[in-house]
Write a protein that binds this ligand. Structure first.
Ligand SMILES: Nc1ncnc2c1ncn2[C@@H]1O[C@H](COP(=O)(O)OP(=O)(O)O)[C@@H](O)[C@H]1O
Ligand SMILES: [Mg+2]
Length: 346
């Protein structure tokens, strides 16, 4: 049997990839503009929405351009140190830094440079390098996947802001869960992040999913669209449903129990465990309400309108619910209502 074109692993660009044409274009266009309208952008969405894959896709598209230097940083490490090390070790930049006569030997990188006192501070070293690269008309994209509001990330982002103010050609693309990004931008020194655009991942296009399923499983248009709808455009679900149909040779309707188990084990349990009790009650009320009208949902849980608005807004930002029509609320994730009804809530 041929290799499964679907994959259950996170963070790696899948073989069956659905282009997010609009959302990646928007970021690419503004980063590559002559006068970029922003230099920081954050991608958010629930687990499994495809943040890491979109980040890699954008980074890879810029990586192949001569003008761009892309550096992927790990939020668990010392980011300033890592950025400096990455830049110094890039073969294509050796000449530029040599010509600039930046002596980084004190920091443990690069050669000793005669008659040039070593730079002893990592920020000063980075500044010298970034200035040189900016002069050479290079643009530096720094990516950080899965940020949290840790000391290391805060220190880095705050220094990044200074480099940006110094008009260096630096760009920052980060991904994170809504709550983490929210906490990060609420830090006193990082309020500039409020103004930075946040791209909330939309569902993948159903027609594109249907076409992919149709090709791979030789389905007619209507069947392919039904199967696509069963994923609600949720990236991870698209992979899971395809994966199961491929390995079992059965139709999507016949793998629903396995689909539920997989979604639950890989993501839903985790998403659920991170919600507050009140969030859970709102979601449960959605399952039990007689329609998706906000009025009916509120009625199920006796919550006043002001209170409800707060929870609704938060669940929307987390990407767990969406507004199908004015005054309504529905689940963004497939089979999530069925999952909730299996949980003990109180
Ligand atoms: N554009 C896409 N097309 C198809 N599958 C995708 C796409 N983006 C993500 N996926 C799949 O969804 C799952 C989660 O993707 P990932 O980027 O790791 O999510 P996140 O970082 O938001 O948790 C992976 O199995 C991945 O293969
Ligand atoms: Mg990820």
């Amino acid at each position: 049997m041929a290799d499964n074109p679907f994959s259950l692993s996170f963070g790696r660009t899948p073989v069956s990839f659905i282009e997010r044409e609009y959302q990646s274009r928007e970021i690419l266009d503004s980063f590559t503009a002559k006068n970029p309208s922003y230099q920081v952008c954050m991608i958010t969405g629930v687990r499994g929405a495809g943040k890491t894959v979109l980040l890699s896709d954008i980074a890879d598209k810029l990586r192949i351009e001569d003008r761009w230097i892309v550096v992927d940083l790990n939020p668990e490490r010392d980011l300033l140190q890592m950025l400096a090390a990455e830049l110094v070790n890039r073969r294509d930049l050796i000449e530029i830094f040599r010509e600039a006569r930046i002596n980084l030997s004190f920091l443990g990188f690069g050669p000793e440079i005669e008659d040039e006192p070593p730079v002893t501070d990592i920020v000063a070293a980075l500044r010298r390098m970034l200035e040189k690269l900016t002069k050479k008309n290079k643009r530096i994209l720094i990516t950080i996947d899965e940020v949290t509001s840790s000391q290391r990330v805060r220190e880095f982002v705050s220094q990044f802001q200074i480099f940006m103010r110094e008009r260096l050609n630096v760009f920052l693309l980060m991904t994170g869960l809504y709550e983490n990004i929210y906490e990060l931008q609420n830090q006193k020194t990082l309020t500039f992040l409020y103004r930075a655009p946040k791209v909330v991942l939309k569902p993948l296009s159903l027609p594109l999913i249907a076409r992919k399923y149709g090709e791979i499983f030789s389905l007619n248009e209507a069947d392919a669209l039904d199967m696509a709808k069963a994923t609600k455009g949720y990236s991870f679900a698209f992979q899971v449903l395809g994966y199961l149909c491929w390995t079992t040779g059965r139709t999507w309707k016949d793998v629903l129990p396995e689909y539920d188990t997989c979604l639950e084990d890989y993501v839903y349990e985790k998403i659920w465990s991170e919600l507050s009790q009140k969030d859970k009650l709102v979601l449960l009320a959605m399952c039990n309400a007689k329609s998706s009208k906000v009025e009916d949902i509120r009625h199920k849980m006796d919550m006043n309108s002001n209170n409800f608005t707060v929870y609704r807004a938060r669940l929307l930002k987390k990407g767990i619910v969406y507004v199908p029509e004015y005054g309504q609320l529905a689940f963004s994730l497939p089979r999530f209502a069925e999952f909730i009804l299996r949980q003990d809530i109180l």
